[in-house]
Design a protein. Structure first.
Length: 228
């Protein structure tokens, strides 16, 4: 995990408990970290980590460049190294310091973390079929479910709102990102789980209107990678 020296919001902020948790937020921009070595190898990362590839570093630069025109007034990151590395690029381009929010970490993959799909099928026969039957409630062995991550995502957004940012940029991961979008858009779990987040897309959510926009940056030099 990375970014231990970055600032964190005050966990005692009373705004978390408000019904109107959005505070001053107008638009939330969501970014997925750049491609990593394990994305390229098809290994599930969860809350383990692997470094950005050369393509991943270029993706981070392109996303940060695209974000310069979005009037971002705060950069918030998952504590995991791949997200912090991407957020640091945004920090340099946008002139906004990175604030780490622990609840933005990826869904914990438990004992499946670090494994490929083929390795999971051998080590945990039948488990992924159970997941397909109830993907929101299904829990990684020794890890989390989407339902667990859903609760974390709501807390993360309350923490960010408590900083009074109006146009925050959030750097996180595909799976927790689905739950962030679910909270922001008021979507049902099935709809949220169908969303994907390529490494080269900035999502923008109009909080009051609950509408989703997409800014796709130049994709030259890399693909979308794998989970996490």
């Amino acid at each position: 995990m990375g970014g231990a020296d970055a600032a964190r919001p005050d966990p005692t902020t009373p705004e978390w408990a408000r019904d109107d948790w959005t505070g001053d937020i107008e638009v939330v921009f969501l970014v997925r970290h750049g491609e990593t070595e394990w994305n390229r190898l098809g290994r599930r990362q969860g809350q383990l980590d692997s470094p950005l590839t050369a393509d991943g570093r270029r993706q981070a630069e392109r996303v940060a460049s695209a974000a310069t025109g979005l009037s971002v007034d705060g950069v918030f990151s998952s504590p995991l190294g791949r997200a912090v590395a991407t957020a640091r690029v945004c920090e340099r381009r946008l002139g906004q310091p990175v604030t780490v929010v622990d609840e933005l970490a990826e869904v914990h993959h438990g004992r499946m973390a670090g494994l490929t799909t083929a390795e999971i099928d051998r080590a945990f026969p039948g488990r992924m079929a159970l997941r397909a039957a109830n993907p929101y409630e299904w829990c990684f062995p020794g890890g989390e479910s989407y339902a667990d991550a859903d609760r974390r995502a709501a807390v993360a957004l309350r923490r960010i709102a408590a900083t009074r940012a109006r146009r925050p940029l959030i750097v996180s991961h595909e799976m927790i990102g689905r739950m962030l979008l679910r909270t922001l858009l008021g979507a049902d779990p099935a709809t949220a789980l169908a969303w994907s987040h390529p490494h080269d897309v900035v999502y923008g959510v109009d909080v009051a209107g609950r509408t989703l926009g997409e800014l796709r940056v130049d994709r030259a030099g890399g693909d979308d990678g794998g989970p996490g």
